[in-house]
Design a protein around this ligand. Structure first.
Ligand code: UD1
Ligand code: CA
Length: 452
């Protein structure tokens, strides 16, 4: 790999009106992460040590997202949307002393890979002034066409609206992803005019300008799937499907077993160790990490959870953020866990809500146990000691501590701390009256009117 410096400019000024959304387009998510964040991550992985973003007016939410991911990034506002060339010039301040390589990416093209960006950078390292990521398609309508000369160098990019008939039949298209040698970029940008069908400053015109100046320009071929641009909800769903397929394939390649991979939904950051087994219909939100040999049974929903070796989850379990499950823990059907740690070997096998709690190792949480963590205003903690046994259908009214080895009788409503190894029973006492039911029935039967 090259030791040249690299920066990225991400274009995100488009409103995305076809999304029919209040949210700026690039904040819509793929695999649990904003499209723009995917692009920023790809640029970083390709070696960019700074990325700056061009947004439209009133896109503070986009700026906030960028700064949360890359605190040093600059946000440039393109007040009038006069074309991709004009948009890059909005970031002129960070191009006056440019890196060796400048990647120009679109915020709405979320699947671009660092591998392709590296190929473009290799082209620059070989002396190109511009390297363009192209793709072949049977439906080139709407895209800029890549016009190559007899040596295979790129001679021009012709926008669809400006193309001649024969040019329109070219099926090698511009993905929009372009890499520029930093030292010549500004001079090319400043030569771009707007004498075209759209009266826009086309970034793509830089190719012809560079060729006239005898610079070398190349096109590198990528996959069509990788350069899918998202302009509508349908394309968002299409990009999601591609991303999911990629995530599943890489999990499988890393040694994860998935019985029906097409029914498992992953997040961009899902970490699955080898020999994790995932049954059908499991959904992962962000922030999940699962260690070797854990089993996730069917229909579980998991987000923000850390699961240790050998744990068995589900079927039908819901793990919410802040869940930490120790080795060999068991969480069974219809158990919801939030902001709670389960020690090694602890079990909550059926129908429970465990929130804001710490559960000791080898503790047994009976069916129907509820940690009553919320009083309508604040959340309170429940501590359950190692080896404690919580009888079925118990309510633990937090804040409350259950000591190590303590035993809670079924159906209890526990409002006070229970000491280690103690028994606590807090429920109505059972009374019994011999023969009462029979007497009651006889009394009623005697008074019943005779049926005719
Ligand atoms: C552009 C390319 C075309 C390519 C296609 C790939 C140009 C002139 N054309 O066309 O060759 O095949 O992408 O999808 O570059 N943007 C701004 N400010 C602007 C204009 C655009 O930030 O003033 C951003 C948009 O938000 C979008 C991207 O740049 O993310 C591309 O703009 P768009 O209008 O979609 O370009 P296309 O006409 O699709
Ligand atoms: Ca587009």
């Amino acid at each position: 790999m090259t030791d040249r410096s690299c920066q990225a400019i991400i274009l995100a000024a488009g409103e995305g009106s076809r999304m029919k959304s209040d949210r700026p387009k690039v904040l819509h998510e793929i695999a649990g992460r904003a499209m723009l964040s995917h692009v920023l991550a790809a640029a970083t992985m390709a070696g960019a040590n700074r990325s700056d973003v061009v947004v439209g007016p009133n896109m503070d939410a986009v700026a906030d997202l960028v700064r949360s991911q890359l605190p040093d990034a600059q946000i440039f506002v393109q007040t009038e949307r006069l074309g991709t060339g004009h948009a890059v010039l909005a970031a002129k301040d960070v191009l006056s002393d440019p890196a060796d390589d400048v990647l120009v990416l679109y915020g709405d093209t979320p699947l671009v890979t660092d591998a392709s960006l590296k190929m473009l950078r290799d082209g620059l390292a070989d002396g190109a002034a511009i390297a363009v990521l192209g793709f072949r398609t049977t439906m080139p309508g709407g895209y800029g066409r890549l016009i190559t000369d007899s040596d295979g160098n790129l001679a021009a990019i012709r926008e669809d609206k400006d193309a001649t008939g024969p040019e329109r039949s070219i099926n090698f298209c511009n993905s929009g992803v372009m890499a520029f040698a930093g030292k010549t970029l500004l001079q090319l940008l400043e030569k771009i005019g707007n004498n075209n069908a759209n009266n826009e400053y086309y970034l793509t015109d830089s190719v012809e300008i560079a060729c006239q100046m005898k610079f070398k320009v190349i096109a590198v071929e990528g996959h069509q799937e990788e350069v899918l641009g998202v302009n509508s909800r349908a394309q968002l769903a299409e990009a999601e499907a591609i991303a999911q397929n990629n995530l599943r394939q890489s999990a499988l390649a890393n040694g994860v077993t998935m019985v029906a991979p097409e029914t498992v939904f992953l997040a961009h950051d899902t970490e699955l160790a080898p020999d994790v087994l995932i049954e059908p219909n499991v959904v992962f939100g962000t922030g999940v990490k699962i260690a070797q040999g854990a089993t996730i049974r069917a229909f579980s929903h998991i987000e923000g959870a850390n699961i240790a070796e050998g744990a068995v989850i589900g079927p039908f379990a819901r793990l919410r953020p802040g869940t930490k499950l120790g080795k060999n823990t068991k969480v069974g059907n219809f158990v919801e866990i939030k902001n709670t740690e389960l020690g090694e070997g602890a079990k909550a096998n059926h129908l429970a809500y465990l929130g804001d709690a710490h559960i000791g190792s080898a503790a047994n949480i009976g069916a129907g146990t509820i940690t009553c963590n919320y009083d309508g205003y604040n959340k309170h903690r429940t501590e359950i000691g190692d080896g404690a046994f919580i009888g079925t259908n118990s309510s633990l009214v937090a804040p409350v501590n259950i000591g190590d080895g303590a035993y809670i009788g079924s159906g209890s409503v526990i409002t006070r701390d229970v000491s280690a190894d103690a028994l606590a029973v807090a429920r109505g006492k059972q009374i019994m009256r011999e023969g009462w039911a029979k007497t009651m029935r006889q009394r009623h039967d005697k008074n019943k009117p005779k049926s005719t």
